[in-house]
Design a protein around this ligand. Structure first.
Ligand code: NAP
Length: 425
């Protein structure tokens, strides 16, 4: 029986469930180990700390270095003990979620990390600077009997998320301390990664690094790949985008304008609607929460119908859109956030429109397009520098704020791309 599980998403999750390892195009989740993540006040000695060279220890461990580099200890142990031990607060899944997630489903756990890689390994220690909050993580918080398209988080284990990180220790010949990367990491301050294959080096550090959680990272590339590869726009197309002020939506709308389309967005507050019209250059926008009849609303904004629907929300909006699509319209199905917390998904009633109007409706996963990431990165960096794309992010401060920031996505609390600044450098 064919399975849709994990075809393109993390193949190497730390301590995750039993979904079969599958090969995927970039990025696969890296192997993340807790080898250096000791419990708070754990003794300095650890089996994995044998041969860390003292000269690579970060400055905060100077006192430890002075104490342990004497000949009293055997050489290996002295070196191991010399590795810097730092605070490593982490966000752990307390229990699997049904319905809407709450802060209480996660727990901030104090821990420490030792900044060292296993001798002879190609592992790296990352200092996590910015962590992304993404809607797909909701699926990972549930426990699925059948494997889902992304592996479930494991109860009691640290969450993983996309993030921007700095290499602080490296056994990998292609990475050195100070290098900047983005990819899957732990929701914590430091993460040991044994396989960096799925990370991207950051090519434009002159732009804000946090942009690599959004406009220059996965959500930005989702907008780009979904719009150009799936929706295949033409100049003059009528484009509708839902969740339009979010990480993906704000960029789809601007790419549509660059392409010469007419674009309308929906969002969940007047403030967001205003942002769409005044900052992102949408031709029009509406607050879907204030509309009684979405079919009539769309008819008002698209009297001639919709050529492209960039679908982010699903549910009632999708039904209303189907009735308003034009002949040979395209629906790029990016996500359906309105369904993620429902125990029973809502039905869609107007599917026959797909036949009658010869609509092409296609779901996609950004990970399948990562082969083109570098082309996108250059193009988007160019747009940002030229001022052709504007970008809004919603930055929460500190790892402590991660649970609140993450669940805020499902209540529309974020304005723009939601991320958490764990450290600035
Ligand atoms: N296919 C892929 O590869 C891929 C990759 C990335 C993201 N996605 C999908 O793209 C969509 C947007 O993701 P994003 O990262 O850009 O998130 P986002 O839009 O930045 O944040 C989520 C937004 O969804 C809206 N929302 C929440 N609950 C809703 C509901 N019940 N009905 C309608 N809108 C609701 C809220 O905005 P309002 O205030 O406007 O309601 C909220 O701010 C999601 O469906 C996500 O799963 C897919």
């Amino acid at each position: 029986r064919p399975t849709y599980a994990s075809q393109v998403w993390p193949a190497h999750e730390p301590h995750t469930h039993s979904s079969p390892p599958v090969r995927s195009p970039l990025p696969r989740a890296p192997r993340i180990k807790r080898a250096r993540l000791l419990p708070h006040h754990a003794p300095a000695r650890s089996a994995t700390h044998e041969t860390h060279p003292p000269e690579r220890v970060v400055h905060s461990s100077i006192s430890r270095l002075q104490i342990t580099s004497s000949s009293v200890l055997p050489r290996k142990e002295a070196m191991a003990a010399a590795a810097a031990e730092v605070s490593n607060k982490r966000v752990v899944l307390k229990r699997h979620v049904t319905g809407f997630p709450t802060e209480d489903d996660m727990e901030l756990v104090p821990a420490t990390a030792r900044l060292a890689v296993p001798p002879g390994s190609a592992a790296v220690v990352l200092k996590n600077l910015y962590l992304s909050c993404d809607p797909y993580m909701r699926s990972r918080m549930s426990r699925h009997d059948e494997p889902s398209y992304v592996p479930d988080f494991v109860q009691g284990e640290v969450l993983t998320a996309l993030g921007v990180s700095k290499v602080v220790e490296s056994g990998h010949q292609d990475y050195k301390p100070g290098d900047l990367v983005w990819g899957m990491t732990g929701c914590e301050e430091y993460t040991l990664i044994t396989n960096l294959e799925s990370h991207f080096k950051i090519n434009h550090p002159e732009l804000p690094l946090s942009y690599y959680t959004g406009v220059l990272g996965m959500p930005g590339f989702t907008a780009y790949a979904g719009f150009f590869e799936v929706a295949k726009p033409k100049k003059g197309d009528y484009v509708f985008v839902s969740a339009a002020s979010g990480a993906v939506g704000q960029l789809v709308g601007q790419l549509a304008k660059i392409t010469g389309c007419y674009v309308v967005g929906s969002a969940g507050s007047d403030e967001k609607v205003n942002l769409l019209k005044t900052k992102f250059g949408f031709d029009n926008a509406f607050n879907y929460k204030k509309e009684q009849d979405l079919t009539a609303t769309l008819k008002r904004y698209f009297p001639e119908g919709i050529d492209i629907y960039f679908e982010n929300v699903g549910g009632a909006m999708l039904d209303a859109v189907l009735l308003n699509m034009r002949l040979h319209g395209r629906v790029a199905v990016c996500g359906m956030i309105s369904q993620y917390n429902l125990e029973q998904p809502e039905g869609v009633r107007n599917l026959f429109c797909i036949v009658a109007k010869r609509i092409r409706m296609e779901g996609f996963m950004v990970t399948e397009y990562y082969g083109n990431y570098r082309k996108f990165e250059e193009e988007m960096a160019g747009y940002l520098k030229e001022g052709k794309i504007t970008y809004v992010e919603d930055v929460a401060e500190g790892i402590e704020s991660y649970p609140t920031a993450l669940i805020g996505l499902f209540y529309g609390r974020n304005t723009g791309k939601q991320l958490v600044a764990v450290a600035r450098d």
